[in-house]
Design a protein around this ligand. Sequence first.
Ligand SMILES: C[S@@+](CC[C@H](N)C(=O)[O-])C[C@H]1O[C@@H](n2cnc3c(N)ncnc32)[C@H](O)[C@@H]1O
Length: 278
Amino acid sequence: MIIREALRSAAERLELHYVSNSRLTAELLLAHCLSVEREYLYAHDDRALSDEEYQKLEELLYDRINGVPLQYIVGRQEFYGRYFRVSPAVLIPRPETEHIVEAVLEKRPGPGTRILDVGTGSGCIAVTLALEIPGARVFAGDISEPALQVAQENAAALGAPVAFVSMDFLDAISGEFEFIVSNPPYVRPGDIHRLQREVREHEPHVALFSPKDEMEVYRRLMAGAERLLIEGAHLLMEVGIGMDERVLELFGAGWEKLPTKTDLQGIPRTVIVRRKLL
Ligand SMILES: C[S@@+](CC[C@H](N)C(=O)[O-])C[C@H]1O[C@@H](n2cnc3c(N)ncnc32)[C@H](O)[C@@H]1O
């Protein structure tokens, strides 16, 4: 079978199984099989696939039709203009999380700024900040050792100077920081049935679910940040839909509440608070 036909048939099968963006998915899967970029497929659309290549495409189609996220199959996801390696050990970086990066950059941090990323996953936030703020001192941690491994690989591959640490939120962390950032696990375990099948069945539950109620992770972030942030320093947290007001209510005296950033769909996403100047 030649590339053009393989793509048509793959896209039809994906569509039949209600996989979104069927044509694009077919192209990305085939490009991955052939270890080429998508553009190659158009320039060589009459090239024949070997039996081995065709078999590989069949396997990937099977996985995708059975709900494995495309990003885990091809092993990467773009975040803030760079590709990050992803595996089922880490959450797939989401576009809305880029607003945390933007919000930090808007504060114009300079060399020497100390930044801590809590629950780094693939390392997308920490690595991006380390690359966007030359000379920043970026630290990042996670409770999941397999996630930390992926984050370290991403930092090395992208040449980002990030110091990684194993952590249970901020419990055993010491030092002083100008920024603490986090996209914590904030889904209530009771809401598991509301998640898309792909997320529920394939993304790591430690990255999705708050251990107790969904406010617990923010209470823990606040308690640690009170100890670790210097005066005037910022804590930036991603929140789930409809959680922004309740998260802000946790922050009392000693904190200044800044406007929450909305994502591209207008959903309040990045809650920002600052340690008050005494
Ligand atoms: C929603 S994911 C965010 C990953 C990444 N920062 C991103 O935005 O794509 C939450 C991360 O927090 C980590 N995590 C869960 N519980 C934790 C804890 N008690 N202490 C530190 N990290 C934790 C998970 O392993 C996961 O990597």
